[in-house]
Write a protein that binds this ligand. Structure first.
Ligand code: ADP
Ligand code: MG
Length: 276
């Protein structure tokens, strides 16, 4: 996969100076004292963190810990109950300033339309928002598909694709927006380890090649430890730790160690009845 991406870059450079992601500088993200409540339930409690331009920042934590909610606040899809999110100093939720940078979110379930071809899934948003002429949009779509080695899937329905290919289509759709900030929600969930490693490699290569700032929400330990520059651990809506992959491996917090290296206790009465 890496080889193909590099080849694509080499071939396209002389012809397309404004190719995907290259024309824009990566952005920094600052989350300050963010709380998020839904009715009486507090889902995020006093989250503060800073993501540097061009880094791969991973947010890990168990199911229900608030990872997707935090990503939605960063994407500007929702507004925190209190606290601030700033992307290069601007509020991503403010309609007056949010057009100053390009954010793309790769949704957890892919959120692809099975009634549309892969091509139309990628072209839909740019066409609706008149991001360019039909020819320019076609160019962007085909480039994004090529970068992810999906040219052969262009006329297929997402329903015909494997899980790994669907994830790649979802990433390609985000790339069409030429993002400066790419947000991934569980990009490797439901994939086998080999396909997960491929997706991790794609995330790392896109970051390297286009210097796009990347925030990855995941509970994939391999991904977090191999491609991230830093990892935040979220539990019960609180930021428990913010460290490097190496720091995470040597944590002295027992709850985090348990999360990173879960052990099944066969003496646990819960398992005693199984197979009895
Ligand atoms: N739109 C919403 N309205 C009410 N509760 C929500 C909403 N979105 C998420 N939650 C709740 O917030 C908590 C964290 O959810 P989420 O961020 O999706 O967890 P995860 O870490 O698995 O991504 C869960 O208890 C979930 O039920
Ligand atoms: Mg989630």
């Amino acid at each position: 996969m890496k080889k193909e991406i590099q080849k694509e870059r080499f071939q396209s450079e002389p012809h397309q100076p404004a190719s995907i992601g290259q024309a824009r500088a990566p952005v920094g993200v600052e989350v300050s004292n963010v709380f998020k409540k839904y009715g009486p339930q507090t889902v995020l409690t006093d989250i503060s963190l800073k993501v540097e331009p061009g880094e791969i920042f991973t947010i890990m934590g168990p199911s229900g810990s608030g990872k997707s909610v935090l990503l939605r606040q960063i994407a500007g899809l929702e507004q925190p109950t209190s606290g601030t999110i700033r992307i290069n100093g601007h509020d991503p939720h403010d309609p007056d300033t949010r057009d100053r940078f390009a954010i793309a979110l790769v949704f957890q379930a892919g959120a692809l339309f099975n009634s549309l071809s892969v091509y139309d899934n990628l072209a839909l948003y740019p066409l609706e928002h008149r991001i360019g002429t039909h020819a320019q949009i076609r160019d962007r779509v085909m480039r994004a598909l090529k970068i992810l080695s999906l040219e052969n899937a262009v006329n297929k329905s997402p329903a015909e694709l494997s899980g790994g290919m669907k994830k790649r289509v979802a990433i390609a759709r985000a790339l069409v927006m030429e993002p400066q900030l790419l947000l991934y929600d569980e990009p490797t969930s439901e994939l086998d380890p080999v396909m997960s490693a491929t997706i991790s490699e794609i995330i790392a290569t896109l970051k390297e090649q286009y210097q796009v700032t990347s925030i990855v929400v995941s509970h994939d330990r391999e991904l977090a430890l191999t491609i991230s520059s830093r990892v935040a651990i979220l539990m019960r809506g609180e930021l428990l730790s913010l460290t490097t992959p190496d720091g995470l491996q040597h944590t002295d917090n027992p709850e985090i160690a348990d999360f990173m290296h879960p052990k099944i206790d066969l003496e646990n009465p819960r398992y005693k009845t199984m197979g009895a």
